[in-house]
Design a protein around this ligand. Structure first.
Ligand code: GTP
Ligand code: MG
Length: 303
């Protein structure tokens, strides 16, 4: 489904001009010499593809090492795309309504882009004529509640919020009651990225999940992790941590417009298996795109 706003390929301009430009440059007329193979390995690692994924890719390509550059580039493209084949799938809002309410729990470390991505998602559903409600589940920072309210006013979407320091479980409880009462179709829950050290973030998030599940069976349907595309290999460690605790259903890769790397997408896909659902391509609500593996890889490797 095409949506408004910039396409993935446009948001990749930095990445295309960065490491991947040098990768494209390796595939000339003839076969790759040993120096070029080594350079390819170094560049893939620099692009945040990660050691094990890079090794797997090179093993695959080396089997065709007598081939010309253009053939190898195509092979690389095919392999990268295959790695992402399960991406973009996953539990986005169902074509046929599956129940009274679609709940999206949004998690991620502080500063990764959660609240901005929530505004984008809200706008995305709003554009599809769905009734949206936001829940200010990050009660740790007073500014976080305000920030979500500002987006709510801008988008004309109601926000359920309590006082700073309140129990996020109680906020979410109220939000679900409000959503069910008002015929809301999509409830998006903001959460804290960090807590006072005496609390454990994962425990708090699990508690929110339980509060949601207790009220509506089979909910939340989406547990979206927001990752900052520029954090590189660290993003993979974060994702594993959240996945183990919460069982992620998808990833929102924010700030793709701001990175010259982008290879983290492949590492996440291969090592985590959680589909990348959306990418953030700027700071405005329109700057969201559904992830598309073909478009992404074409964007990186097309001459
Ligand atoms: N360029 C760009 N900036 C983004 C994108 N998404 C978010 N940002 C910026 O990243 C910064 C942090 O975003 P927030 O949405 O506040 O992040 P957060 O995860 O909610 O942060 P905490 O509430 O502190 O945990 C803001 O300046 C956003 O404008 C994106 O896709 N592209
Ligand atoms: Mg926030």
């Amino acid at each position: 489904m095409a949506i408004n706003g910039p396409r993935i390929s446009q948001s990749l301009s930095k990445t295309r001009a960065g490491v991947f430009r040098r990768i494209r440059g390796l595939f000339g007329q003839g076969a790759l010499d040993e120096a070029a193979w080594e350079e390819l390995e170094i560049l893939l690692l620099q692009a945040d593809v990660g050691i094990s994924t890079t090794t797997a890719l090179l093993n695959e390509l080396r089997r065709a090492s007598s081939q010309k550059g253009a053939v190898l580039r195509d092979l690389l493209r095919q392999n990268l795309e295959a790695m992402l084949s399960h991406n973009g799938r996953g539990p986005r809002y169902p074509a046929q309504g599956s129940g009274p309410l679609w709940v999206v729990l949004v998690v991620g470390v502080n500063g990764s882009g959660k609240t901005t991505s929530i505004a984008k998602l809200a706008h995305y559903h709003q554009q599809r004529s769905r009734r949206v409600l936001l829940a200010a589940g990050d009660t740790f920072r007073a500014a976080a509640i305000e920030q979500l309210k500002v987006w709510g006013v801008r988008l004309d979407i109601p926000v359920v919020a309590h006082q700073p320091g309140a129990d996020p479980g109680a906020v979410v409880y109220d939000a679900i009651q409000a959503a069910l009462g008002r015929g809301v179709e999509v409830l998006i829950v903001d959460t804290a990225g960090r807590l006072h050290t005496k609390y454990n973030l994962m425990e708090e998030l699990k508690k929110i999940q339980r509060v949601i599940a207790r009220q509506v069976e089979g909910v939340p349907q989406e547990v979206l992790l927001v990752l900052d595309a520029a954090t590189g290999q660290n993003a993979l460690a974060q994702a594993l941590h959240f996945h183990q605790a919460l069982g992620l259903t998808g990833i929102f890769l924010a700030k793709l417009d701001g990175t010259a790397k982008g290879g983290i997408v492949f590492a996440i896909a291969r090592e985590l298996g959680t589909p990348i659902q959306y990418v953030g391509t700027g700071e405005q609500v329109e700057d969201i795109a559904e992830f598309d593996a073909h478009e992404f890889v074409e964007g990186l490797l097309s001459p």
